[in-house]
Design a protein around this ligand. Sequence first.
Ligand code: AKG
Length: 268
Amino acid sequence: MRASLVQISVEPDESVESRRRRVASLVRGQSDADLVVLPELWPVGAFAYQEFEAAAETPDGPTCQALSAAARDAGVWLHAGSVVEKAADGTLYNTSLVISPAGELAATYRKIHRFGFDKGEAVMMGAGRDLVTVPVPGHLTLGLATCYDLRFPELFRALADDGAQALVIPAGWPARRRDHWTLLARARAVENQAYVLACGTAGTHAGVEQAGHSIVVDPWGETLAEAGPGEEVLTVDLDPAKVESTRDVFPALKDRRLGLAPPSRLRD
Ligand SMILES: O=C(O)CCC(=O)C(=O)O
């Protein structure tokens, strides 16, 4: 399975509409891939809180339409990163879109852990509640998470329990915590014996310099590829058999002692 992570630069001098056109064209250029992954909230910028309301759309809105056409033209599965979703009741969500090679919206995932503590996304957006896995026929089963979710290992263990073999994490991770990003990406791969495909943004928006450094880690924890800080496409071949062989050769997941974890404590 060939995966291409498209690390997009998000800068304030480019409009949402022109970035959408540019990104659709970048996706069309990835027709050699089976799966293309984009970052978190790339249309508006993950830290452009003031613009969330104006940029909000439905899951099948303009970003989905532009990217569905691009996925169909390229013949790829597309994790289109996330958009600001406005639900029917007016609540905003940070929602990832997965589009099939036929250009159909195959899955959505609302970010469960909202970033910002007492401001930004944490107060402006609703929290997702559903785990989402997406089988890519003939390839790997994807487990979906977004940015700050990376800090919550229990989410990834639940995704692995649900059959995830590749953990796909679009992000808008700040440069000043770049070490956490790569460390946690590797940790999630090692502890779940799964591929990690973590796609971040480049550039600076809303005064927050982005880390870039998108990274692909294999189920043994080896970094297969890591981007630099700027706009870049990272292309990596993944071997679906490696997940099962790693779990067979080093069957640590079988040694779990269940019942030690506290019950789920999702905040509203
Ligand atoms: O956890 C972090 O350090 C960054 C998280 C973040 O930027 C986000 O979730 O948007």
